[in-house]
Write a protein that binds this ligand. Structure first.
Ligand code: GLV
Ligand code: GLV
Length: 329
């Protein structure tokens, strides 16, 4: 029998063709509720489930699941309890690498867009309120010469650093906030002498732009809370292209509305797709609907990787991008 794959949401080609060619493909036409996904995983009818970051795959579901693998259509995998999957011998795979540049582009876009008030400016023009050049119309912040603080120093943080250096920014980073680990010269590579490692506290206090590039886990949930916002510069701008719950969004709304910090550019939200009360009313924010990886080529690459991961796991093989390779040990 070929691979029996369940796709919880239609994804672009080449995934449907690859999966259909490998065996039997089932595509749900509406995103499953938790109970539906739970029942489908427990049915014994599928070898691998290809999930989205909206699909919650928690320990109770995994305890009942009769599947070999979960192929997440994302690099982040906080929607899956990976430890529980490992415990039940269920492999998990993701799509790293292919969305790094696209997501760093969105981080840079949010830095520039927030600094230069692009949403307010666009709205002014559309609403017919542009009455001619004015010396003090919509003055924003500079980007060149100012300090970008990167929380995290993984692929996406580095790709953001590369862009920021091109814009003449000073780049600091804290690799594993709130904790620390030393990034040696070898790991720094092309960035040696160009970016500087500082402790998390110093990063918070000295960044003009603080950009988050850490995975969501129990150490990073509410990494940016009221106390951290309190220690940021009043002129600072917070950028989040990682995961919403890394920021205490109610505390952020408070900090933005009281002028504690100057602005925020967000591609992710704590309770996506819901927004914290008041967030959408703040002019000093740029709010995007989680589009970090949303380009045609990137989504096609994610589709290809997630399909190949799924086919490998269905056949009992180690996928190209395993999250818990120890399952195969
Ligand atoms: C998107 O957020 C991803 O993790 O791929
Ligand atoms: C994800 O791709 C990361 O490591 O930043």
């Amino acid at each position: 029998m070929g691979a029996r794959i369940l796709l919880t949401t239609p994804v672009p080609e080449p995934a449907p063709s690859l999966l259909a060619a490998a065996g039997e493909l089932t595509v749900l036409d509406a995103p499953p509720t938790y109970a539906e996904l739970d029942a489908l995983c427990a049915s014994g009818e599928f070898d691998v489930v290809l999930t989205q970051l909206r699909d919650l795959v928690d320990a109770p579901l995994l305890a009942r699941a009769r599947i070999k693998g979960i192929s997440n259509y994302a690099v982040g995998h906080n929607n899956i309890d990976v430890a529980a999957a490992t415990e039940h011998g269920i492999a998990v795979a993701n799509t790293p690498g292919v969305l790094t540049d696209a997501t760093a582009d969105i981080a840079m876009l949010l830095i520039l867009g927030t600094a230069r008030r692009v949403i307010e400016a666009d709205r002014l023009v559309r609403e017919g309120r542009f009455t001619g050049w004015e010396p003090e119309l919509l003055l924003g912040f500079d980007v060149s010469g100012r300090t970008l603080g990167l929380a995290g120093f993984g692929r996406i943080a580095r790709a953001t650093a590369r862009r920021a250096l091109g814009f003449g920014m000073e780049v600091l980073f804290a690799p594993r906030p709130p904790g620390d680990r030393v990034v040696g010269p070898e790991e720094l590579g092309e960035f040696a002498g160009k970016v500087r490692q500082v402790p998390w506290d110093e990063l918070v206090a000295s960044s003009d732009y603080l950009s988050l590039h850490v995975p969501l886990n129990q150490d990073t949930r509410h990494l940016v809370d009221a106390a951290v916002l309190e220690r940021m510069k009043p002129s600072a701008i917070l950028i989040n292209t990682a995961r919403g719950p890394i920021v205490d969004e109610d505390a952020l709304v408070h900090a933005l509305s009281t002028g504690r910090i100057a602005g925020a550019g967000l591609d992710v939200f704590e309770n996506e797709p819901l927004l914290a009360e008041g967030l959408a009313l703040l002019p000093n924010t740029v709010l995007l609907p989680h589009v970090g990886s949303a380009t045609v080529p990137v989504r096609a690459e994610m589709a290809r990787l997630s399909a190949l991961n799924a086919i490998a796991m269905a056949g009992g093989q180690v996928p190209a991008h395993p999250v818990n390779p120890e399952v195969y040990a």
